[in-house]
Design a binder for this molecule. Structure first.
Ligand code: FE2
Length: 351
């Protein structure tokens, strides 16, 4: 489950639960479709999303009802609700989860010239089952003085025997790592990727534990010399209101992997039309709205992600990453490789 800014605050979490319950109440009347409504099942938990929905309502007059939850739970719920589901749009945060939505049969294809023009082909499903609206990069971090950054310039180098016992990375049960392995599969095939995963496991400083932020904290604390985490976890620490968090970011340095070959591995956050959407036209309008300049800026800024549409200005916190070369691999291929990636991780003993 993705961490949100306010995940640490129990009070705010309770308040959010209360809000979710209230929002859910409004769904009762919405199952049959209403020209002025849209029901979004969202696995995103960012304060800025409210601004996104409000702007859509202001522009179109369509009221947005949001049900928040864990991605897999939302998909299971849509399946359970079947043809009575009020869900119009499924919004989620990782291609492995979009793939699950695709595989579970809850999504329907959308043909939209606007979306096909605005969203690069590698960031959307070839048949329009889902569209990526933001991207996130999986980066390598190190403790300056402990590691020569030239020796960790690629994902491949994470398996280098020179780094035995130095690496912190979270569990392979997390979709971020599954998608990274899926990208390695696309670049190198199954045998080389298996060997890589084994080399990576041999380099672990500790048994995988915690989320991406925990890997960065462990790096700053000296538990490891190399770590892997999505870029926004680092950016959150770097711009945190909490001086202790900024200090963690200050103690570590960033490597943009594979800049000299295929580019850094990226993943997408995105959305798709739900098959039984009662408000289908509103749902497509919402997806198209998400590709607009203003929505792109909001959608990406909520989690310090990169806008999927080219040419949208980056938030100041991201400008140091501007110009990063990214792997052009199709996001849908990451989904297709997911099952094989999980098997490779299991065989390698990557818990
Ligand atoms: Fe995340």
């Amino acid at each position: 489950m993705p961490q949100s800014f306010h995940a640490r605050s129990t009070t705010r979490r309770l308040r959010r639960l209360a809000l979710t319950a209230l929002v859910w109440l409004s769904f009762g009347a919405a199952t049959t479709g209403n020209a002025s409504e849209l029901n979004v099942y969202s696995a995103r938990h960012y304060d800025s999303d409210t601004a996104l929905y409000d702007a859509f309502t202001a522009e179109t007059g369509i009221r947005v009802n949001v049900l928040q939850g864990d991605s897999d739970q939302l998909i299971a719920r849509i399946q359970r609700e079947g043809s009575a589901s009020p869900a119009d749009v499924l919004l989620t945060v990782d291609v492995a989860r979009l793939w699950r939505g695709e595989e579970s049969g809850v999504l329907a294809p959308v043909q939209s010239e606007l979306l096909e023009t605005r969203i690069p082909a590698n960031l959307r499903h070839p048949d329009g089952l889902w569209f990526g609206f933001s991207t996130r990069a999986r980066l390598i971090y190190y403790k300056p003085g402990q590691v020569d950054p030239a020796t960790i310039g690629t994902y491949e180098s994470l398996a280098d025997p020179a780094h035995r016992g130095k690496l912190c990375i979270r569990s392979s049960t997390n979709p971020y790592n599954q998608s990274l392995i899926a990208a390695m599969l696309a670049a190198h095939g199954p045998e080389a990727t298996q060997a890589w995963a084994q080399g990576l496991v041999a380099n672990l400083a500790r048994s995988p534990q915690g989320g991406d932020t925990d890997q960065l904290k462990a790096l700053a604390a000296g538990e490891c010399d190399i770590a892997v985490a999505n870029h926004y976890y680092y950016v959150r620490l770097a711009v945190s209101q909490d001086p202790a968090e900024r200090e963690i970011a200050r103690q570590i340095a960033v490597v943009l992997p594979n800049q000299d070959d295929r580019g850094t591995h990226i993943n997408v956050g995105g959305a798709g039309l739900v098959k039984n959407a009662p408000n289908r036209a509103n749902a497509i309008r919402f997806l198209e709205y998400l590709a607009s300049d203003s929505a792109q800026a909001l959608f990406a800024a909520g989690n310090y992600e990169f806008p999927a549409v080219p040419g949208i200005p980056l938030t100041p916190a991201l400008q140091s990453l501007e110009g990063m070369r990214t792997d052009p691999l199709g996001a849908s291929e990451l989904g297709r490789n997911n099952a094989e990636a999980v098997r490779i991780a299991d065989r390698a003993g990557w818990r």
